[in-house]
Design a binder for this molecule. Sequence first.
Ligand code: 13P
Ligand code: SF4
Length: 347
Amino acid sequence: MAAVAFTQEQISQEAHRLYGLLGCVSKSKSAKWSLQDCLAAAPLTLEINRLKKEKNAVVLAHSYTSPELVYGVADFRGDSYELSLKAKQTQADVIIFAGVWFMAETAKIINPGKQVFIPAGHAGCSLADSMTGEDLARLKAKHPGVPVLCYINSTADVKAQSDSCVTSGNVYDIAQKMPGDELIFVPDMLMAQNLSAELVRRGTPKKIISSGGSCCVHDKYRPEHIEALRAQHPGIQIVAHPECPIEICRLCDYVGSTKGMADFVAKTSARVIGMLTEFGMVNRMEAEHPDKTFIWPFGVCSYMKRNTLANTLQALAEPLPGQEVQVDPATAKAAYKAIEKMFELTK
Ligand code: 13P
Ligand code: SF4
C-alpha cells in the first residue's frame, strides 16, 4: 500500500486531536491513552480519513471495538440497531463495518448493491456461531406455527427463516407485538430468560422456546461480582447487558442495549458506575463522561478487538478477499424480510 506521507505538523495536530478525545480513556486496566499512543495512531487515522473522502466510504463502528476506531475514524458509533439503521440510510458507496461478521453481513443484506468490508475479516460471535440454519429448521419443525424472532447476533441463514429480527434495544417491544402466547427466540438462551421475565413483568407472558447459545463475554458475570462492587463502592449504580444471566440482571440498577446503557449513564446522578459489559463500552463512557468513574470487573470480546486501525486502512486501500462481505442472494433476500420487519415493528 503506497500511503500518502503526512508532514510532522499534520501528524502532531492529529495526535493532539486524538489526545483531546482519548486522554481520559483507559487503554488497559492500569493505563490511560498517552500522547505517545496518539502520535503512533495519527498517521493511520489521517490516511483512513483521507481515503474515506476519496472513495465516498463511511465507517460504522460498534462501541465494543477500540476507541481509536470509535473516535479516530468512525462516522457513526452505536449499538446494533443504530448501526443497521445507519447502514440503511447511508448515501456512501462503500461501507466499512468495524464490528463482527453478523453486523457487516446485515449491512450487506440491507445494501446488496454496495461494497461492504469488515476490517477484522471473518470475526465471529459466540451467539451467531451457536446456531445454523438447519438447527433452526429442526426447532421450527418441533413447534409448527410458532412465530420466530431471531436476535440480530445470528447468521443470515437463521435470519432467513425468522419472522422478524430483533436487537437488545427492541426485543421486548417486538416480542409483545408477535401473535399468540408462544414464541421461538434464538439463539441467546440467557436473553430468552430475560425476555420471558420482562413479558411477565409487562403483564403479557409468553412461553419462550430458545436454543443453547450465550455470549462468551456476558455469560461470565456472577452475583458475587455485583456484591463486591457494591461493598467496595457505596452508592455505585451498576449497568448490565441483557445477554447477562437473569440473576445478574435482577441485581443491577439498569439492564439494556449498549445505547440504553449510554443513555442511563448520561441521566444518572451517580458518580460511580459499575459496567458489567465489554471494555469498549467502558472506554466510550470514559470519553463521553470524564466527570464520572467507571468500574469494570472484566469482559473483552476478542472478536470485536480484531478490528484495528491497520486492518481498517487495509480494507479501504487494498481490501483482502476475506474482508469483503458476500451473502448468497437467495438467503439475503429472505433475511432482508426479517430485518425490514424489525425496522417496521420498531417504529
Ligand atoms: P448491542 O446491540 O446492545 O450493541 O449489542 C450487541 C452485542 O453484540 C452485545 O454483545
Ligand atoms: Fe458476540 Fe458477545 Fe462479542 Fe457481542 S460481546 S459480539 S454477543 S461474543
